[in-house]
Write a protein that binds this ligand. Structure first.
Ligand code: GLY
Length: 432
């Protein structure tokens, strides 16, 4: 099989790494990829993965590539091409593609759509409202005493959510999104949710339009600094499984969220094939969905795919072809931990082009894998090329062992300004 992966982050390197292990895959491209994706080789024939310099939002160029090379499957990593309708365009042209279509991707591309859907179908979520008028929005903020998550409706590069704990701050957040349009067209509408408290976990379910198969739990670390301090980021590290739900509780949470979600999709003619990634808060009154994402989480993918036993390609095909009820999802019992190494200054301004040293040493470490995110080749060197640079991932019999291995690997890697959290997995250990 020939496979094309779209994206250039740590999630996509992890997807490429796992897909390259499939005995079915004879050719693998990544558009545009990074310095890690084209270092992978296919187990089937030793061929190297090829990076294709096409951005993921250039749907015309991606289709032209597909027409020339005829991939048997295209795998979409990020949200943006899904929201632009890459799945619909590829399907219309006869190319099999994995990921939700444009209508289904609205669960992520429109917070208002997603929140209204949850309310319509009885999916447990926070009290919320959708607004276009700042005066009415501010009234709602006052009702919540200013304890709000104020969210731009559309995609805003992961930055369109403002958390507030006072009425003044909530009103300023409304102005920033609806009046000053700091997030552009994404802020034509906004959703305001009450702030809810409890541990936040990531759920993932692989879907085929009729069936949703739940993954084990994972937990991301969104703030830049230890102790959940500092600015919000794309995610500074993750681990799986978490100790917050046992298997029985996870099944129950899945039932509370996924059953009404699937029924709602069927009732509304939404054919959801791909990953549904609900961010969930475990409150004292039960689980509540904070948001839905229509793709794999990053860095959750890195910990999931290092735990997944078996052929990812088989699962992706079953998701595309509507036969997930007949395949088995098998997980290794080991824990996995991913520590993100970021550029100094991220998530604000940061330098690019810093030489990354020590990557070769990691290949000698047991049970560790470095997934590249913002990296590029320059001459014979690998240099930084983005905010999140590497997802240093390791696994072990326990969370503690996986974590020690991940930090041993992190300590071997050097680049100017590198910053990372030292407490990835600490909440799991404290609870465990
Ligand atoms: N884990 C955060 C995200 O993928 O959006």
């Amino acid at each position: 099989m020939k496979i094309l992966v779209l994206g250039s982050g740590g999630r996509e390197h992890a997807l490429v790494w796992k897909i390259a292990q499939s005995p079915r895959v004879s050719r693998l491209w990544c558009a545009p990829g990074n310095a890690g994706t084209d270092s992978e080789q296919l187990v089937a024939n030793g061929t190297s993965v090829t990076n294709v310099p096409i951005p993921t939002d250039d749907l015309d160029a991606l289709l032209a590539f597909a027409r020339e090379h005829h991939p048997d499957l295209t795998v979409v990593g990020p949200d943006n091409p899904l929201a632009l309708g890459v799945v619909d365009r590829f399907q219309a042209a006869g190319f099999p593609i994995w990921g939700p279509n444009k209508k289904a991707a609205q669960f992520e591309s429109s917070k208002a759509f997603s929140q209204d859907f949850m309310n319509r179908h009885g999916i447990p979520t926070a009290a919320s409202g959708t607004f276009t008028d700042p005066t009415v929005a501010k009234e709602f903020c006052r009702k919540l005493s200013g304890r709000c998550a104020v969210k731009a409706d559309g995609l805003a590069l992961g930055k369109g959510v403002l958390l507030t704990t006072s009425v003044g701050a909530a009103e300023r957040a409304v102005d920033e999104i609806l009046v000053r349009r700091s997030f552009g067209a994404a802020g034509e509408r906004l959703v305001i949710q009450e702030l809810i408290e409890g541990p936040e976990i990531s759920l993932h379910a692989l879907c085929d339009g009729r069936t949703a198969r739940l993954f084990p739990t994972s937990q991301d670390h969104k703030r830049a600094l230890d102790g959940d301090l500092g600015l919000n980021t794309g995610g500074m590290g993750a681990y799986s499984p978490t100790p917050f739900l046992d298997d029985r509780q996870l099944e129950e949470v899945g039932r509370q969220i996924l059953d009404p979600w699937l029924r709602g999709c069927q009732a509304e003619g939404i054919d959801y094939r791909g990953i549904l990634y609900p961010g969930v808060i475990l409150t004292s009154q039960g689980p509540k969905v904070l948001e839905f994402n229509a793709r794999f989480g990053d860095p959750e993918t890195q910990v999931y795919l290092t735990r997944l036993d078996g052929d990812l390609v088989e699962l992706l095909l079953a998701s595309v072809e509507g036969r997930l009820d007949r395949v088995e999802l098998r997980w290794r019992p080991e824990a996995s931990v991913c520590v993100v190494m970021a550029s100094g200054g991220y998530p604000e301004n940061y330098a690019k082009g810093e030489v990354i040293r020590g990557l070769g040493e990691i290949t000698h470490l047991p049970c560790a894998q470095v997934f590249h995110a913002g990296t590029a080749h320059r001459g014979g060197e690998v240099v930084t090329h983005g905010g999140r640079v590497l997802g240093v991932t390791a696994w072990g019999a326990t969370l503690s062992e996986a974590r020690n291995r991940a930090y041993t690997a992190v300590d071997r890697i050097r680049f100017e300004g590198a910053h990372f959290r030292r407490d990835i997995g600490a909440k799991g250990l404290a609870r465990g």
